[in-house]
Structures are given as C-alpha cells and as structure tokens.
Ligand binder design. Sequence first.
Ligand code: HEM
Length: 386
Amino acid sequence: MDPELYSQGDPFVQWKWLRANDPVHWHRPTELPGFWSLTRYHDIRTAYRDAETFSSAQGILLRPADHGADPGGGRTLALTDAPRHKQLRGLVDGWFAVRSVRALEAEMQGIAERVVNTALEQGSCDFVTDVAARIPLFVICRMMGVPESDWEHLYDLTSQAFAAGDPLTRRFAHLNILGYFETLQAEKAQKPGDDLVSVLATAEVEGERLSADDVILNCDNLLVGGTENTRIAAAGGMLALLEHPGQWQAVRDGHELLPSTVEEVLRWTSTATHIMRTAVRPTEIHGQRIEVGDKVVFWLPSANRDESVFTDPDTFDVHRTPNRHLSLGFGEHFCLGSMLARVELRLLYGELLRQGVHVELDGEPKLLDSIVVNGPESMPVRMKAA
Ligand code: HEM
C-alpha cells in the first residue's frame, strides 16, 4: 500500500508471491480500512461476474477511513449497482458503441495529427502532458459538448488535478472542474444539444430527472474516466515500445500489428492499479469467508501477469494473441470507454508511424506515486519527423 512501491519499487514481485502463496490475502486496517486482496486472474474475473455479491455503490477505490464515504456513491455510473446502474449506463452507452466511435474517427484522427504536429514543432516535450494527455481530453470534451474554445482551459484544469505536488492545488483544480460542469449542465438543461452533457442534464432515471449534483458528478466521472487512464496507458505504451526497440520496429514494418500492439499496451501498462468492491452478502473464496461489509480489492496488473493464463506474462509482445487482459475491467462495469480508448491509442501510434516520427527519451521518465493509477507521470522526449 506504499505509493512509492509503484514509482520506485517492483510490485510485480509481491503480486507473484501473493498469487502463488496467499491468493485471498487479508490486509489489516491501517489508515485505510482492512481489505481482502485478490491477485489471481480467474478469482478476479469470477468476483467481477458476481455483482450481486460484490457491490460498487460504496466506492471502487480504497479510501482512508477518515475521508468518509465517496460522494459519488450510489450516484455515478461507476458507483451504482443494478437497477440504477443499468439505467444510467443505458443513457450514455450508445455514445460509446462501435458505430458512434467509428463516426468520430475522422475527427479523432485530425486531433491526433494536430497534437503530434505541435509536439514535432516543439522538438522536445513531455510525452505525457503534451501528447498523450491532449488526445483523450479533446475527444471527451467534443463528445460532452464542451465548446472548443474551452478545451485548453479544461486541459489546464485536468493537468493540475492529476499532477503530482501540492494536494491543495489538485483539489482546487478539481473543484474548478466541478464548477465548470455546474455551469455547462445548467446551460444544456435550458438549451440541449447533441452531446453527452445534454443527455445527462435532461435525463430521467427511475422516473425522476437527475439532480444537478448527479449530473455534475457523472460529468466528472466521464471526464476523469475518459482522460486519466488513457493518458497514462498511451505514454506507458510508448515507453514500453522505446524500451523494446525490436517490438517498435516490428510494428513499423507491419502496421497490421497495431490492434494487437494496442491490446498488449493495455495489458502491459494496466494503468488502473486496483478496483474495489464491498460484499453485500457473505461468500467464500478459496475457503476464506468474506463477510457482509468486507472490502475486496482486485489488483488488475497482477491478473494481467498471471502465469496460469498468459504465456511468458513478463514479456512485452506486440504479437500476443489471444490477449484477454482485465485492464478495462470485466462484467457489468466493464469500461464504458473501452472502444474509444482502443481507437485513441491506435490513432496516436498510427500517426507516429504514418509520419515516421522518431521518438527518443530526453531524460528519465518519472512514475506516479499512487496506489490508484500506475505509469508515467512525466516522460521527456525528443521527437523528429522522418
Ligand atoms: C486505457 C484507458 C482506460 C482504462 C485502462 C480504463 C479502465 C477502466 C476500468 C478498469 C473500469 C472498470 C471499473 C470497475 O470495475 O468498477 C473502467 C470503467 C469505466 N471507464 Fe474506463 N478505462 C479507460 C478509458 C476510458 C475512457 C476513454 C472512458 C471514456 C469516457 C472511460 C470511462 C469509463 C467509465 C464511465 C467507467 C464506468 C463504467 C461503469 O461502471 O459502468 N474509460 N475503466
């Protein structure tokens, strides 16, 4: 649970030991509540499938007990159970379906091209903030109906909200994001357009309009969900490709490898470090009794290196197939933006390949100190067109 383990240590050694020796491990309470750790692929998938036992409504991330309940609990898409979850998801899932994402692809390609060209003009830049962060942010802003003139403003706010450093600056930026959506949702409720915020601002769930707070929290969920993991996965994937030049060369030689490369980047980076559930009825896993109220934590990067499922799990292999990783979750709460994330990664790497961009590290990448998301926080690079 030490955030520095993820920035400076090697959590995979501990996860490997847990998978082999203690797959349902009780972690005693600290400032965090006590919880069960699941580290094996099949145990996590089985628990994911059983949403009637493992609830999302009390939060999906470990939180210090003195921070109180998660404010989104029972209200946002990620933090609700059936039947409310199904209704909320039904409001927005059409926007994330294959057909809708395909319809946006040309625009997304334009965004990827613009971002890569700006980085090329700069020559030296931070791949995380200057390249990887902008594409998913601009795409989700476009889908949410944020006017293009505000995209840079939201980019600044999300950069501050995700940045390391002063927690007060982060919290202030996050409050500003909520404030931004408070205004936007009021405007969209008055004058709806063809966008996600309008859908939420005018929607009814269980026969009632969503409250303004529920709309704002769901907007925040979409913005954060839509940007944070994709940004880190895109940068972590680039880092893996730079660290395995033979693999990057294989993709350059055969662009048809892009889809399997994206899947391997998702498995390898596994940016969502943990996902939590709360048992709402007693159950047993490998003979361990789980009581009502117990927290159960799924360590997704561990599942994705489970040697009983993946051949040579510690090898980064862009040819890997099948590749049924759990980086995007599984079951009812399977990542809403899975298709979008895959297309964004494919378009970014595809654009670098199309222009024959040479990318090289220009300093040490810094990894995030966090138990929630893992991967590069900053990654200085030099980029040059062929
Ligand atoms: C590489 C990128 C991404 C990764 C690794 C990722 C990971 C995940 C994971 C692990 C979950 C499951 C949470 C759970 O089990 O409780 C999830 C859910 C979700 N993701 Fe993603 N995500 C990514 C990109 C996106 C994008 C682009 C969006 C766009 C809006 C998005 C929106 C969401 C939402 C709204 C949920 C909640 C779905 C629900 O509870 O029904 N994600 N994501």
